[in-house]
Design a protein around this ligand. Structure first.
Ligand code: ATP
Ligand code: MG
Length: 318
């Protein structure tokens, strides 16, 4: 379902063909939210398997213009993940220590272990987005042999190679661009100014960056086209309707984890036989009747909880 937003090769992304206000197959918000809830449950199940399997790690990275809803989307995704198997990193203006290293250094430090999910709030793509729009590299120190005019092209090449290297080493990168329209951004900025609780989200620099809208759109188009591969795809997600954006992101995560297809680790016959012995020993200690009684008790409690939940949702629907 998310495939229509997936970019896997150069030249496939043309901004004008992607409508930020698209709501796909959904008639309304309610439909999307119900589908999203189902996805969050599925993501949680798949994450447990991924962690137990411990063979492959995955990065979901988020890039967007200001006020596209990056933080809220990440919060919604994190809400269904077990903290044990997930890390979140956000990348701000690089510190002097970070600038003293190559630009991928700080990103590499935040990669997931096999079995883990990493969420990146911004990423190495900043270096070909804000870095390109404002030519930030012109202020950095470079060896004399480096041709400054080629830096952005070098970076596209580095990113392609680095992500492929990671893919060959059991880490996938899934890249998500939350695509908000210029009009919707203006409305969101305005509500940040008019609603006191949202004031803190507004920064004067956000208005300054807005003046470079077209340059950013071009930088996104170039970055997506230069770095999209079938192994490490980009998704261009319509972001004018938050409820659609959040559902689509949850769908992208489900699709990715299903494609990774993690398996519960298998127990071999020898271990099974050993487990059987332990089981018998434990039953002797606990007593077979106690085990059965406890199971019945647990089942009764489970059913009561389920009953209560059903009654609650029925009430809410009314
Ligand atoms: P956000 O806007 O993501 O919610 P924020 O407003 O809380 O974050 P900011 O400090 O405004 O915090 O966001 C991070 C800023 O850091 C952005 O303006 C981003 O462009 C900038 N940034 C991130 N990585 C780099 C980089 N490699 N080079 C230059 N600037 C960067
Ligand atoms: Mg900001």
């Amino acid at each position: 379902m998310a495939n229509q937003y997936k970019i896997t090769k150069k030249g496939q992304y043309r901004a004008k063909d992607f409508d930020p206000a698209d709501t796909g197959k959904f008639k309304d918000r309610q439909e999307a939210e119900t589908a999203m809830e189902k996805n969050l449950v599925r993501i949680n199940e798949l994450q447990q398997k991924l962690y137990a399997d411990g063979k492959e790690g995955v990065v979901f990275l988020f890039q967007a213009m200001d006020a596209a809803g990056k933080d809220g989307t990440i919060r919604a995704v994190l809400s269904c993940l077990s903290p044990q198997g997930v890390t979140e990193s956000s990348f701000k203006v690089p510190s002097s220590t970070e600038l003293a290293h190559d630009y991928l250094w700080r990103i590499a430090n935040c990669l997931p272990e096999k079995g883990q999910i990493a969420i990146f709030n911004r990423s190495h793509y900043e270096d070909v987005l804000v870095g390109k729009v404002h030519k930030l590299y012109e202020n950095y120190k470079w060896a004399d042999r480096i041709d400054r005019d080629k830096i952005i092209d070098y970076r596209y090449e580095d990113i392609r190679n680095w992500e492929t290297y990671l893919y060959h080493n059991s880490i996938r990168m899934v890249k998500i661009f939350l695509n908000v329209s210029k009009e919707e951004q203006a409305e969101r900025f305005l509500s940040r100014l008019q609603e006191e609780k949202k004031n803190w989200k507004f920064g004067a620099s956000d208005m300054k960056e807005r003046e470079y809208w077209d340059e950013y759109q071009k930088a996104f188009e170039d970055a997506v086209n230069e770095t999209a591969t079938s192994e490490c795809p980009w998704y261009v997600v319509p972001a004018d309707h938050k409820w659609y954006m959040r559902w689509l992101v949850s769908q992208i995560i489900v699709d990715t984890l299903e494609e990774m297809d993690p398996k519960w680790p298998e127990v071999d016959e020898e271990d099974k036989a050993e487990f059987k012995q332990y089981e018998e020993q434990l039953i002797e200690i606990v007593g077979q009747s106690n085990v059965k009684e406890k199971k019945v008790k647990d089942k009764n409690i489970d059913e009561k909880i389920k009953d209560k939940k059903n009654k609650k949702t029925k009430k809410e629907k009314k």
